[in-house]
Write a protein that binds this ligand. Structure first.
Ligand code: SAH
Ligand code: SF4
Ligand code: F3S
Length: 479
């Protein structure tokens, strides 16, 4: 099975994206060859939730007689699993649809479907706007795909964009087609109830719901039995995970779930993302401290360093609260715990001084890494309805560049700190540049490259780091 991973413009790195943050990657689901009659080609955009959903979709359609293919030209059905987070994400999908249109001219039998957040946002309008689209299916309606496809086979269009309060696909085992066999993602919840004013996710993914804790633990245990060494628990706001059994006797919060997953095996690394600063509790931090195998890395998006802007963003914390949460991380987990962030420049009415507050928050925290964006107004959001998108594009871009430049300094500083230390690395893949080297990550999520020797992916290896490039650490194995 090949892993096809196309990378768009600015991305050239060996790291995995923090899950709930879209990385700009386009992922093509790898091929299966089991002799099924029809061929499905899926391309996924946006965040890890979409990548995970594509594995669920592949699983549903596998049972319907579809093998996956990574070759568009041989497909009978093309699905684009789309993202709406910023305007550019939607433009990318529209450009891709016009390329696919030329394939369809050569192969008129080809069916084209749009899944995910853009399908949910635009609903049946998609069929009017993009004539080549036959199917529009929202993130909670994938179980309906077989029925919708037979509708399209019968010459009609197929649309289902109903959102659900219950659907978690808990019983569907995803087919892990693009996996390295070492590291896997487990969705623990869906949707988001937070209503940050800039964000389209509550509209495209619906209400927050937590998945049955037993099904999560079962999936993690099956992954361990299949040789996996790392799981990442995924949700837009994992700290608000909350599940109760139907009889009301069992209640599981996020700290408890984390602990139960960590206890499956000390050889299993556990990561999670994303943490919302308003919800991350000391209980979670103490649980992280108690288990060596829970990775010391927290993705804690600040978005802005200014309290007035945070209030306009409806983030429901202010700068002082955020700083206190960072202090709690340092107090309970020490300096060794990495912290990363997402930042937005040029939100509605942000002044130059307020932008400087974002810069000074970055100096205060010294993030290990960050995903940085300029504000892009999304139709239907609170900000689009109530606020004016009044910062000129050049100003947004200039502020973003200042944020990026600062982060580069901090990331380099953090890489320098890694030199001369021994890091426990989970080997995940060959290095992109040399088959004689392996690439893996330490607990803090830094990529470490080292000579392969007799090691194979899935091994834990102690590496003495001797140098660092902009995004990776290089070292020698300590035996
Ligand atoms: N649930 C996560 C974030 C999910 S979206 C959280 O609350 O942190 C990932 C990131 O995209 C966000 O953290 C934000 O930085 C960015 N983003 C979301 N909407 C955006 C918009 N309209 N313009 C620019 N960036 C946006
Ligand atoms: Fe969007 Fe806020 Fe929910 Fe994150 S927490 S997905 S930014 S609404
Ligand atoms: Fe993810 Fe993009 Fe939807 S970031 S939740 S795919 S809008």
């Amino acid at each position: 099975m090949s892993q096809a991973l196309l990378t768009l413009d600015f991305l050239d790195k060996e790291t995995l994206a923090p899950e709930a943050t879209p990385s700009g990657e386009v992922r093509v689901t790898a091929a299966t060859r089991t002799g099924r009659q029809r061929k499905l080609y899926i391309e996924s955009y946006g965040c890890q939730m979409n990548f995970s959903d594509s594995e669920i979709v592949s699983s549903i359609l596998f049972d319907e007689g579809f093998d996956t293919t990574d070759d568009l030209a041989s497909a009978d059905l093309v699905l684009l699993n789309t993202c709406s987070i910023r305007e550019k994400a939607e433009q990318t999908v529209r450009m891709r649809l016009s390329q696919i249109n030329s394939h369809k001219k050569r192969n008129p039998g080809l069916l084209v479907g749009v899944l995910g957040c853009m399908a949910e946002r635009l609903k049946s309008k998609f069929l009017e706007e993009e004539k080549i689209v036959d199917l529009v299916v929202g993130p909670d309606a994938y179980r309906d795909l077989p029925q919708l496809i037979s509708q399209v086979d019968g010459g009609q269009k197929g649309v289902n964009v109903l959102l659900s309060r219950e659907e978690t696909y808990a019983d569907i085992t995803p087919v892990r087609l693009n996996s390295n066999g070492v590291s896997a993602f487990i969705s623990i919840m869906r949707g988001c109830d937070n209503m940050c004013s800039f964000c389209v996710v509550p509209f495209t993914r619906g209400r927050e719901r937590s998945r049955d804790a037993h099904s999560i633990l079962r999936e993690a245990a099956e992954l361990v039995a299949a040789g996996y060494k790392e799981v990442t628990l995924l949700g837009q706001n994992v700290d608000s995970y909350k599940w109760a059994s139907a009889d009301g006797l069992e209640h599981v919060n996020f700290a408890q779930l984390l602990e139960q997953v960590a206890r499956i095996s000390p050889e299993l690394r556990v990561r999670f993302s994303t943490s919302h600063p308003k919800d991350i509790t000391d209980e979670v931090l103490h649980t992280m401290a108690r288990y060596e195998n829970i990775c010391k890395f927290i993705h804690l998006p600040a978005q802005s360093g200014n309290s007035r802007v945070l209030a306009l963003m409806n983030r429901t914390y202010d700068r002082a609260w955020y700083e206190e949460r960072v202090q709690a991380i340092r107090r309970i987990l020490g300096d060794d715990c990495a912290i990363s962030s997402d930042m937005i420049s040029g939100f509605c009415s942000e002044t130059e001084e307020e932008h400087q507050d974002t810069m000074s928050l970055m100096d205060y925290v010294r993030y290990d890494m960050a995903y940085m964006f300029f504000y892009s107004e999304r139709p239907g959001t609170l900000a689009a309805r109530k606020l004016t998108d009044d910062i000129p594009l050049e100003t947004k871009k200039r502020r973003l560049q200042e944020i990026i430049d600062k982060q580069q300094l901090h990331s380099a500083e953090r890489n320098q700190r890694g030199i001369g230390r021994v890091h426990r690395v989970l080997a995940e893949n060959f290095s992109k540049r040399s088959k004689e080297h392996l690439s893996g990550r330490n607990s803090q999520n830094q990529v470490v490259i080292f000579p392969r020797q007799h090691f194979v992916k899935g091994d834990y290896v102690d590496v003495l780091v001797h140098s660092a490039s902009a995004s990776t650490l290089l070292g020698e194995v300590v035996l």
